[in-house]
Design a binder for this molecule. Structure first.
Ligand SMILES: Cc1ncc(COP(=O)(O)O)c(C=O)c1O
Length: 388
């Protein structure tokens, strides 16, 4: 066993999940990083205080997790927060009144809410655009624009943004690019390597992987940006507790094996659904007929483990949600269990009808996050649930 600093950069991702320099407790050699359940730290010498002084400022379990996400995303520093929204809100808190941010119009509902009903009250100006066309970003850049915030694939229709095109455009204008990489995880897509500045995760999803922990992670490359985010993390204080850090450290170790299986299932299910007469549309960027497929597969290794589909009628969708037994009917995604959600009445319920219409969130739309069940059993269950 070796410790940090002895690893080359040439390891494959699956190996890095297990050996990244943060997997062994440096004090004891424990193979599972201990849960340092403490709020403060005794100082042996007030003139030479230790690395840790108070748990909001730092905690060894959290540090192992933060260093892990930094390595996995190809960054230099990571940050752990109490939820994905705490991560997003803390990142957005580096901006000031009068700054303008261009945000994807179909970002996660919580991100839409915090930008449209919270940060606007502090004078941060937001413009929402359809990021699938980078010209929409270009045409909305103003003198006070400071950043672009996007998700690709987006939720729930898995629309694709050309990361390189938006990043190049942003760089020309000195803007920061913030990518919510929740749907892909660092295994499938690494925006920092394409030039993005900040990557955010709802680690509640694939990184945790077991639907048992609410958490958010951030990874950054630039040292100055890291300082700005650390300032917010330490002063705003929306940090992740050590127990939850430990759960994430454990979940992350199996990210690749889980995702390999879940993505393969999503691919199988997408191909099965599209041949089904009760299904009118399948949205999965791993299907070659998906309009963003070429771009997506140039920036991510596969289509991911989430897909959406529309049924022929609202009644079919509702029957499916009632009858399905091998999928939990729930919001969220990225767990070991398949989750079916009904965006029209669940994640996007609060949107006005006109907005739902504009985004294509109709009453016959279902989103699936594939878990670790055998896809043969899922197809059999879905066949019954769709009344085929
Ligand atoms: C893409 C995306 N970003 C951010 C969030 C917010 O994360 P959390 O629920 O962990 O606060 C979610 C939650 O569903 C999400 O799907």
């Amino acid at each position: 066993m070796t410790l940090k600093g002895q690893y080359g950069d040439n390891m494959n991702f699956g190996t890095k999940l297990i050996h990244n320099g943060n997997e062994i407790d440096k004090e004891t050699g424990a193979l599972s990083i201990p849960i340092y359940q403490t709020s403060t730290y005794h100082q042996l010498d007030v003139d030479n205080q230790g690395k840790f002084d108070y748990a909001r400022s730092g905690n060894p379990t959290r540090e192992a997790l933060e260093n892990t996400i930094a390595v996995l995303e190809g960054g230099t520093r990571g940050f752990a927060f109490a939820s994905g929204m705490a991560a997003t809100s803390s990142v957005l808190s580096i901006f000031s009144a009068g700054d303008h941010i261009i945000v994807g119009h179909d970002v996660y509902g919580g991100t839409y809410r915090i930008t449209s009903s919270f940060f606007n009250r502090f004078g941060v100006e937001i413009t929402y655009v359809d990021m699938t066309d980078p010209d929409n970003v270009k045409n909305n850049i103003k003198v006070n624009t400071k950043a672009v915030f996007l998700e690709t694939p987006s939720n729930p229709l898995l629309k694709i943004t050309d990361l390189k095109a938006v990043i190049n455009l942003a760089k020309e204008h000195g803007l920061l690019v913030i990518v919510d990489n929740t749907f892909m995880s660092p295994y499938l897509q690494q925006p920092l390597s394409l030039g993005a500045d900040i990557v955010i995760h709802s680690a509640t999803k694939f990184l945790g992987g077991h639907s048992d922990v609410l958490s958010g992670l951030v990874a950054v490359k630039d040292a100055d940006l890291s300082k700005r985010i650390y300032f917010v993390q330490n002063s705003f204080g929306a940090v992740l507790g050590p127990q939850d850090c430990w759960l994430l450290l454990r979940g992350i170790k199996t990210l690749k094996v889980r995702m390999d299986y879940q993505c393969a299932s999503a691919n199988k299910l997408a191909n099965w659904l599209k041949t089904n007469q009760k299904i009118s549309n399948v949205y999965y960027p791993g299907l070659k007929e998906h309009p963003g497929s070429d771009i997506h597969l140039s920036q991510a290794i596969n289509g991911g483990a989430v897909l959406s589909f529309k049924t022929d009628t609202e009644a079919t969708a509702k029957t499916f949600m009632k009858r399905v037994t091998l999928a939990a009917v729930a919001v969220s995604l990225g767990g070991v269990e398949t989750i079916a959600s009904y965006p029209y009445k669940m994640s996007h319920a609060s949107l006005p009808q006109s907005e739902k219409d504009a985004l294509g969130i109709s009453s016959n739309l279902i989103r699936l996050s594939l878990g670790l069940e055998d896809p043969v059993d899922l197809i059999e269950d879905f066949t019954k649930a769709l009344d085929l």
